[in-house]
Write a protein of this length. Structure first.
Length: 232
């Protein structure tokens, strides 16, 4: 287990503390920590130091502990007796469950593409274009982040804030599993072409082929992650 210190992600949180100063709630703190997980800035097994986080965000220990409780409920953190709070390590059963939920939500959302507002449609193209640009720079961690944004944009086609929130939680948990794969290029390189294919189908009005491509994406990714986490 590694302890969290004053590293880059913690400094980023400190820069954002003005948001929390205005509304010093556990939910706000949880949002900031979840965003750090989604951004790939903190990793599974990493210990969260109460004092370091409290100092960075200028929140009380009680507020921080309530945020920890919320994120533990979301399966992002785990409390180890007499040791502290750690970022959770998903196992293969978590992955199978996550993809079962994602199939229902995202495939359903994609079918709403024809009725979705133009801004929602553009967000899909922006996410995939940003991922391509990051890949040309060799920044595969950023490709992973843009991949998350791509799937959030797919979900947003449904126009449901509740689904958006649920998928954010699911994807944060999934991002922890990405770290298990090691080299981010080796993992994400295969999925960028699939994202491009899905986007091309949607923009051509071929909704069911887009759903089929998304289903293929899920089957491939789930198999790869489950195999790695089971040590096969």
């Amino acid at each position: 287990m590694t302890s969290v210190g004053a590293d880059d992600w913690l400094r980023t949180l400190a820069e954002d503390r003005a948001d929390i100063d205005r509304s010093s709630t556990a939910e706000k703190v949880a949002d900031k920590l979840r965003a750090s997980v989604l951004g790939g800035e903190i990793q599974p097994g990493q210990q969260l130091n109460e004092k370091a986080l409290g100092d960075a965000l200028r929140v009380s220990r009680n507020t921080l502990r309530e945020a920890f409780r919320l994120l533990t409920h979301e399966r992002l953190l785990v409390h180890e007796y007499s040791k502290g709070v750690f970022v959770r390590k998903p196992d293969w059963r978590d992955i199978a469950d996550l993809y079962a939920a994602r199939r229902v939500i995202e495939c359903g959302a994609v079918r709403a593409y024809p009725q979705a507002p133009e801004q929602a449609k553009r967000a899909i193209r922006t996410a995939v274009d940003d991922a391509v640009e990051a890949s040309t720079r060799g920044d595969w961690t950023a490709v992973g982040t843009h991949n998350i944004k791509f799937h959030q944009a797919l979900t947003a086609l449904a126009g449901s804030a509740r689904l958006d929130e649920e998928v954010e939680r699911l994807l944060a948990e999934l991002r922890l599993a990405f770290h298990v794969m090691g080299d981010p290029k080796r993992f994400h390189a295969d999925y960028l072409p699939l994202n491009l294919e899905i986007t091309a189908h949607l923009e051509a009005g071929a909704i069911e082929p887009a759903v089929d491509a998304l289903s293929t994406y899920f089957e491939t990714a789930e198999h790869q992650l489950v195999t790695a986490l089971r040590g096969e």
